[in-house]
Write a protein that binds this ligand. Structure first.
Ligand code: PLP
Length: 343
């Protein structure tokens, strides 16, 4: 694939490792081998999937003379924290429009946002998405009136520029596959704003590779992601007309793992996260990677991947989002202690 890349900044620690999930899958002769693409290791504070997208978005912001980034997400958004970290590193201002209540004692990602010097405005969850574009416009005008130039970065940095992050990650994965002598049948990721899945899906489509990319949605539904991924790819095609646009793009979404909603974690999910940490030394988060990895395991049990030899799980980060769940984990531990005492 000879793509004409736009400028990118070197912000992430790349390439990330592709590691076997050894105890669970390699020691089980009946299970497909699972490999984990460790994008939780893209950096210590810039960790996770967003930094790959921000390498391209921040370059575009600087190239268009912006000195400010405005973006949005939940109060515990990993994307907002990564954007705040990038802005601090580049000497840009950053303003975050956050969905949900401000925390009296900031925790996890919000604590880091504030340490990075982000300007933070919180809004009620109700009708947040409906009003977001107006809020972006209003704030951008405010910065302009004050003599600044702000770029509005969409939720999750998922757009026609951000898609380059995982389009180039697909290139990296193909090099991993070659080095390890594997050709995985499936690549599975959490999908939240669609950009990670969109980039990988586009990468496969452009390369004619036989792997299938699956997004396990942690919010919204299949129809939403089909539409969002098509939109991101269409925007990419319009912005970068020197690149070939694939005729067929195969978008695969696995539904059924959102539970009671975005950010809601069941005791079963928390137990799974604990088991993965104990058995594999792998930390997953309750909002994205925990749900997606749990979904992958359940789908293997149900037989969806019966024919597969090798499956890649893209670990998209999210560790700081784990800390605000400390009470739920403590409750879980008390339950375990009570059960052990009763035996
Ligand atoms: C840790 C983590 N994993 C996965 C995702 C989903 O990625 P995307 O927004 O590209 O769908 C996000 C953000 O939404 C995230 O923060």
């Amino acid at each position: 694939m000879s793509l004409v890349y736009p400028r990118r900044l070197a912000l992430a620690s790349l390439p990330t490792p592709l590691e076997p999930l050894r105890r669970w899958s390699f020691d089980n002769p009946h299970a497909p081998r699972i490999w984990v693409k460790r994008d939780d290791l893209t950096g210590s504070l810039l960790s996770g999937n967003k930094v790959r997208k921000l390498e391209f978005i921040a370059a575009a912001a600087l190239d268009s003379g912006c000195d400010t980034l405005i973006t949005s997400g939940g109060v515990q958004s990993n994307h907002c924290r990564a954007t705040a970290a990038v802005a601090a590193r580049l000497g840009l201002k950053v303003h975050l429009l956050l969905r949900g209540d401000d925390e009296d004692i900031p925790d996890g990602n919000l604590l880091l946002d504030l340490l990075f010097g982000a300007e933070v405005t919180c809004f009620p969850k109700r009708n947040f998405s409906d009003r977001l574009n107006d809020r972006y416009d209003q704030l951008q005008r405010q910065y302009s009136d004050a003599g600044h130039k702000a770029m509005c970065v969409p939720i999750g940095a998922s757009n026609g520029i951000g898609i380059w992050g995982y389009l180039s990650a697909w290139d990296e994965l193909m090099q991993d596959f070659e080095r390890l002598g594997i050709s995985p049948d499936h690549v599975v990721t959490a999908t939240g704003s669609g950009g990670t899945q969109a980039g990988l899906t586009l990468g496969v489509a452009l390369n004619g590779n036989s792997s299938r990319v699956w997004g396990i949605n942690v919010c919204d539904d299949e129809a939403y992601f089909r539409n969002k991924i098509a939109e991101d790819i269409a925007e990419w095609a319009a912005l970068y007309p020197n690149n070939r646009v694939p005729e067929n793009v195969d978008v695969n979404v696995i539904e059924g793992y959102v539970g009671k909603g975005y950010g809601h974690a069941t005791p079963e999910l928390l137990r799974f996260i604990q088991a993965m940490a104990t058995c594999e030394g792998l930390i997953l988060d309750p909002v994205y990677t925990g749900k997606a990895c749990y979904g992958l395991f359940k789908e293997i049990e149900k037989g969806r991947f019966d024919e597969a030899d090798d499956i890649v799980f893209v670990h998209t980060g999210g560790v700081f989002g784990l800390y605000p769940y400390r009470e739920q984990f403590a409750r879980l531990q008390r339950l375990v202690d009570t059960e052990v005492a009763a035996e």
